[in-house]
Design a protein around this ligand. Structure first.
Ligand SMILES: Cc1ncc(COP(=O)(O)O)c(C=O)c1O
Length: 465
């Protein structure tokens, strides 16, 4: 696209300020894929002249979008569209891949993609056969989920997470994104625009989804071990809810200490704040035992645990669950009843069979072994480099590599030219200056392809001579 074709039309009679109009149209163009990652935007002065407005308006719009992680400023090199995991990989991925027909041999290290092996599993196919046989039902699936899947999830949580819950405490969701929309819908019954605090860096999709659902997102800067009680104590505006990733800070990969978890609960109880515990990959611990879920700790705070089948099975399924209790639990159930379920009955039935017949537990054991190998490979190839800091390796299916030089966005662009897709760490930051680094997902690649990709990346990340 030439610079002159930037899709911006201003309405000078609109009550919306011009900077907000420019920002909103550029954001829409990025989200719809019209503006692609790494596309360089025209210089602010030139764009201002073309649109017949002051340069300050463009500067404010660019700053706003940089703050949201949609744009990256390269100083004298101009401003580019950021490479962001949520925009690049979801939800526009399929359409763009068809259009751009990428090289089929690209080694894709986009995080969040698990091993594809359950779909080749005999037990998985047999679970689907049983699910199809269950299809005598012609009514709608229950809004809170089928009792078979709610019971299976409760059993699974007891074994895999040491979390003792009743099937009645479970709501089946269409994955974490759906769960977050449900939470915001529930909170909006009391506050039209609930304030939700989240970690920075954090999960960009959560931020996007909750904003789209009507929440006002605020962030707190965190290190790899997540939110600290001192930060909570210093907050002047108390949010309605706080979203945390205590088992595996996303994306930096540390974990919240037990004392901090208890302090979080104390603060939440004192101020009536709902705690949202995103427990997305705690089944995959490679070196240390998982800590108890915040939802299992004592205290009077209201905690909702968000679980997903996206990591331990596949994001292709769009299925997950909430563990809910207390008053917030009742209100979430009522909201789900009102909104109805987006999760197909046949899918719930297949997952329930798979869990009950032991398929999921076996798949997790297998996948854990696979991820363990790849993690060792990563440590082997990059761990000895003094100029790199490799982290987030305790668990999950991604690692973070931080370095001072060169610029990580350039490394990602050059890696793609050489057939390796990685995501810059910058895309996970919302309101603060990002650290320079890359996030490497190793769930869905073979060891051989990972080794090749690491060789290419290791050569590209070289400090200046
Ligand atoms: C931090 C975090 N939470 C949750 C999820 C799962 O989201 P969903 O269940 O919507 O696929 C992901 C997936 O990438 C994630 O990174």
């Amino acid at each position: 696209m030439s610079e002159a074709e930037l899709p911006i039309e201003l309405d000078r009679h609109s009550p919306s300020p011009l900077a907000a109009q420019v920002a909103s149209q550029l954001r829409a163009a990025i989200l719809s894929g019209v503006l692609q990652p790494n596309h360089t935007l025209p210089a602010t002065r030139r764009l201002a002249m073309e649109l017949g407005i002051s340069r300050g308006v463009i500067v404010r719009a660019f700053e706003q979008l940089s703050g949201e992680g949609f744009l990256v400023s390269n100083g004298a090199g101009g401003t580019r569209v950021a490479v962001r995991p949520d925009i690049n990989s979801r939800p526009h991925e399929n359409r763009r891949e068809i259009r751009a027909s990428p090289r089929p041999d690209v080694i894709d290290l986009t995080p969040g993609r698990p091993s594809g092996s359950p779909f080749q599993d005999r037990q998985w196919r047999s679970a689907w056969k049983s699910a199809i046989a269950d299809q005598g039902n012609v009514q709608l699936p229950p809004a809170l989920g089928t009792s078979a899947l709610r019971e299976a999830v409760a059993d699974h949580l007891a074994v895999s997470r040491g979390l003792v819950v009743d099937a009645d405490d479970i709501i089946i969701t269409g994955g974490t994104s759906d769960a977050l929309q449900l939470v915001v819908a529930m909170l909006r019954n009391r506050a039209p625009q609930p304030r939700i605090l989240m970690e920075d860096p954090g999960y960009p999709t959560a931020r996007r989804v909750m904003t789209a659902a009507g929440a006002h997102m605020v962030t707190v800067p965190v290190d790899e071990n997540g939110l600290k009680s001192s930060q909570l104590a210093a907050l002047r505006d108390i949010p309605d809810a706080v979203l945390v990733t205590p088992s595996h800070q996303y994306p930096l990969g540390g974990r919240m200490a037990v004392q901090e978890r208890l302090e979080l609960l104390k603060w939440a109880e004192q101020h009536g704040v709902l705690v949202l515990e995103d427990d997305y990959d705690s089944e995959f611990r490679h070196s240390r035992m998982p800590l108890p879920a915040v939802a299992s700790l004592p205290g009077g705070a209201e905690v909702v645990l968000l679980g997903t089948f996206s990591k331990n099975l596949s994001p292709w399924l769009r299925c997950g669950y909430l563990v809910v209790r207390g008053d917030a639990g009742q209100r979430l159930k009522a909201t789900r009843q009102a909104l109805d379920t987006p999760v197909a009955g046949v899918l719930q039935s297949a997952i329930a069979h798979y869990i009950q017949e032991g398929g999921l537990a076996r798949h997790i054991t297998r996948a854990r072994r696979e991820y363990g190998h790849r993690r060792s490979l990563l440590i082997d190839r990059l761990g000895s480099r003094r100029d790199l800091e490799v982290s987030a390796l305790d668990g999950g299916l991604h690692a973070v590599v931080r370095f001072h030089h060169p610029d990580a966005t350039d490394v990602a662009a050059r890696a793609l030219e050489q057939g390796v897709r990685v995501i810059p760490l910058a895309g996970y930051y919302a309101d603060r200056t990002p650290e320079n680094g890359l996030v490497l997902g190793y769930g869905a690649v073979t060891d051989l392809r990972l080794a090749k990709a690491l060789g290419i990346l290791s050569d590209l990340i070289r400090p200046p001579m």
